[in-house]
Ligand binder design. Structure first.
Ligand code: G3P
Ligand code: CA
Length: 225
C-alpha cells in the first residue's frame, strides 16, 4: 500500500515546500502529492491556492506574478515557494510524484517537463502520476502523451470518474475517501485501476480505508499509514 504524502508531509512542515517534500522522503513515503499553478512568466509553481495570500505575507494571484516576485514572498518567513523543477531535483527519482493540476493552463508545461526528465535525466513514466478535478486538463494530458500515468480525482461521483478513466485509460482513481467501501474498491480494481483515496489523516479512518485494501493512501501523515 503506497503512502503518499499530501502536499509533502503537510502534518509536519508547511505544505508544498521543499522542506515538506524532504520530510516525506525522510519518513520513507512512497510518493508525494503536490499542487501546481502557472506564474505570469510561464514557470510551474507548486502551491495549492490560486493566490499567495494564505501561505505568504504577500497578496495576489499566482498567474499575475513572476517567478522573482513569487520567490520574494516567503512561507512561514523562511521557505521559498518552489517550482516543479526544484521539487523534481529534490526528489531525484526517490519516490512517486503525484502532480495535481489545479488549472487547465498548466498541462502542456507539465507534460513537457515530465518528458524532459524522462528523455534527459533517465526518469521513468512510473515516477509520475498527473491528477486533476478538471478532467478536461487530464484529457489534454492524454492527448499530448498517452504514456503519462493519469489519476482521475473525484469528490462526488465514482461512477462518472470510472467512465472517464476508461476513456483516457487512466492509471488510478483518486476518490474522496468517504466515497469508498470494500465493494466499490474491489470493483474499481477489477476494472484495472489503482484506488488512491485522499486525504486520510485520522487513525480510525486510516484503519477503515486500509481494510478496503486500497492501493495507496494520500495523507498528511505518511508515517501513520
Ligand atoms: O489529491 C487529492 C487532494 O490533494 C485534493 O484536495 O484540496 O488538498 O488539493 P486538495
Ligand atoms: Ca492536492
Amino acid at each position: 500500500m503506497l503512502k503518499i504524502a499530501h502536499r509533502g508531509a503537510k502534518g509536519y512542515e508547511p505544505e508544498n515546500t521543499l522542506q515538506a517534500f524532504q520530510k516525506a522522503l525522510d519518513l520513507n513515503a512512497d510518493g508525494i502529492e503536490l499542487d501546481v499553478h502557472l506564474s505570469v512568466d510561464g514557470h510551474i509553481i507548486v502551491i495549492h491556492d490560486d493566490t499567495i495570500d494564505k501561505m505568504t505575507s504577500g497578496k495576489g494571484f499566482v498567474n499575475t506574478l513572476s517567478l522573482p516576485e513569487l520567490k520574494s514572498f516567503l512561507i512561514a518567513e523562511k521557505h521559498e515557494i518552489p517550482t516543479l523543477n526544484e521539487v523534481f531535483n529534490l526528489v531525484d527519482k526517490k519516490c512517486l510524484i503525484n502532480i495535481e493540476l489545479k488549472n487547465s493552463d498548466t498541462f502542456s508545461k507539465v507534460v513537457a517537463l515530465i518528458e524532459e526528465y524522462i528523455s534527459e535525466k533517465n526518469w521513468k513514466y512510473e515516477h509520475f502520476i498527473v491528477s486533476s478535478f478538471d478532467w478536461s486538463a487530464l484529457q489534454h494530458v492524454h492527448d499530448l502523451n498517452q504514456n503519462i500515468p493519469i489519476g482521475v480525482l473525484t469528490e462526488t461521483d465514482l461512477n462518472l470518474a470510472l467512465a472517464f478513466a476508461e476513456t483516457i485509460k487512466a492509471k488510478a482513481i483518486h476518490p474522496y475517501y468517504h466515497l469508498l467501501n470494500e465493494e466499490n474498491t474491489k470493483e474499481i480494481q477489477e476494472k484495472g485501476f489503482l484506488v488512491l483515496p485522499w486525504t486520510v489523516n485520522i487513525e480510525e479512518d486510516i484503519q477503515k480505508i486500509k481494510s478496503f485494501k486500497v492501493d495507496g493512501i494520500i495523507t498528511d501523515f505518511p508515517d501513520k499509514i
